[in-house]
Write a protein that binds this ligand. Sequence first.
Ligand code: UDP
Ligand code: MN
Length: 242
Amino acid sequence: KIPPLYVITPTYRRPEQIPELIRMSHTLMLVENVHWLVIEDAKVPTKEVTKFLNRTGLRFQHLTAPMPAKYKQKKGVKPRGVSNRNRGLKWIRANATEGVFYFADDDNTYDLDLFTQIRRTKKVSMFPVGLCTKFGLSSPVVKDGKFSGFYDGWVAGRRFPVDMAGFAVSVKFLLQRPNATMPYRAGFEEDGFLRSLAPFEPREIELLGDNCTRILAWHTQTKKNEPSAALDMKLYRSTNLV
Ligand code: UDP
Ligand code: MN
């Protein structure tokens, strides 16, 4: 049997949550032996999410991991999805022995080829992500079939200037690195996590997407709905519509 593919998805309560998860579940329904780790930034699981997951027929784990209060109260850019992803890593350490994992935000768009290609990952693989930063694309640069640098609109001193959707990691490789973790540092989550996988050098990156000539994931963003609709899902809840 084909080794499992763990998809770690941070999510949080908002009116767009269920539609985002519906779209994502439809993608994952087309993927073989996938195990979906849905981790809510919440103290308790959201009833609607529980109901929804149960009717997808997918193999899933529904976990919660609230953003620590000190970050939640902070003004400005917050480290979104970090507690969730670290909870996912903790679950993998406790339950997985083989296969590959991938951080997949609930609002992105995934090419089905992504899921076949990342299964090959021995250590860490990378590939182009579309609709990223001001350059419109984030990707490793490949010269003569070899890694030669990064293309990203926001480098900011990062050793690995990549998007969250732009890499996958082998479970065995993670298990050999008990201290690997994602930092609560907005903008530096990917770099911090990839650095924590040391020893690991950029030249070891496995280049996917036909030597990074094809976009395998798209950093799409759903526009925020009107404030009236954003009443914390009270309408949907009270009417039992979801
Ligand atoms: N997220 C979360 N808590 C929050 C905000 C976001 O768990 O307070 C999740 C969200 O569902 C998504 C990921 O973290 O899966 C990244 O958030 P977002 O899509 O808002 O970030 P962006 O695409 O703007 O970088
Ligand atoms: Mn997003």
